[in-house]
Design a binder for this molecule. Sequence first.
Ligand code: GBH
Length: 460
Amino acid sequence: PSDPLNFDRHTFGSDFVWGTATAAYQIEGAVDRDGRTPCVWDTFGRQKGKIKTGETADIACEFYDRYESDLLLHKELGFNAFRFSLSWSRILPDGVGPAHGGRINEAGIAFYDRLIDQCLQLGITPWITLYHWDLPQALELKGGWPNRKIVDWFADFADVCTKAYGHKVKHWIILNEPLAFSILGYFTGQHAPGRRSFRNLLPVIHHTALAQAEGGRIVRQNVPDALVGTTFSCSPIDPFTPGDQSAAIRVDALMNRLFIEPSLGLGYPSKELPFLASIAKKVAKPGDMERLAFDFDFIGLQHYFRAVVEQSYFMPYLWAKDVTPLRRNVQTITEMGWEVYPESMYRIIKQFGQYEGIKKIYITESGAAFYDQVEKGQVHDKARVEYHQNYLQQVLRAKQEGLPVEGYFAWTFLDNFEWAEGYRPRFGLVYVDFRTQQRIVKASGRWFQQLLTEELVAVR
Ligand code: GBH
């Protein structure tokens, strides 16, 4: 038996935001309904071997049809915020918006309108992510993120969405994990659109960073009373041996600093990663380096695991690589192969808290994947309960030290389509039977319900 928890929800303060986070592509299904056109993940997923299990997100959790009952369940669990993303190609089927001759799909606008209204009726604050990786295929055909015009296309999209929902939605997130979609999508090719080229890498990074700031400006202009932020995947980086310190510094620059620092007006971390200097020399246009800056109201941190790295000669631009948890004899490893290491949550909040320009921090994602099993109609996901308890304990530790962390969004509400991994890793607080679409609240969901709705001090 482990120590009793030394918190309940009151310890976090009455303003603390308790939410779950989701993404359109991972839950909605209905990929060709009511005027939605394909996104890069629809195309990528149909190519052989791209999704490990061979599955598609055509149906996923059928959230498009089930959002009403799903949100009722979300309410029952006690969460006061729901983070979801907008499918770009549901709203703008041509990818480009009216400013560039494209159509607005009223049925797409109406879907999120109903979803938002349902949230508001239930007293759940909607948090919108504009971009969670599902680029319209129409835009990929025009060059995708390597094409500089994407900054204007994205601005169009942000403009349409904020004009449609800004009067009732006051929490806006520009990008979900810019690092992940730029590197995995255009450099390693593990994610859609599955392109692999070093030549694209610097333009993709730069256009993404520009879109991040530009999106921020549009939200602020169209919704002056909004809180606007963007999210970063982040991990404290440890050297495997003392001799690997310089490798850890380079990986930290890539994983944790690449997109936050330009937004803070600090430019790209090219001192640690010299290849980034070519952005200013070859990719950027005059005035760009200033346009990268935007004064976000908050930063979303998405934290799952720490990384341990060593020097390597196999990644020529980084001279560093991960040391797998297996080689390090780590005890608890999730089905994603990620180390469970709660203290890393405290450390990463502390690391970001050191930037002067960051005003508020929300944990916009954290969670763990396991192969859950249904036994007599129940799912006893003890490891996930412990994961959230222990990571929350570290969030609290940071908060009690005065760091401005003001909310926690569990990844994720429902088991869903885990990108290139298919449906195998389950991250949900609610189990989904993908044959019947039945929902079963897991022990982890019940634990949150107890924490968020009961007056008892939560005990393990
Ligand atoms: C999140 O990514 C996603 O937002 C969410 O959609 C997903 O389902 C969830 O987590 C679980 O995976 O660019 O090679 O340096 C968090 C996991 C961590 C994956 C950082 C990409 C970037 C590695 N991400 N990682 S790399």
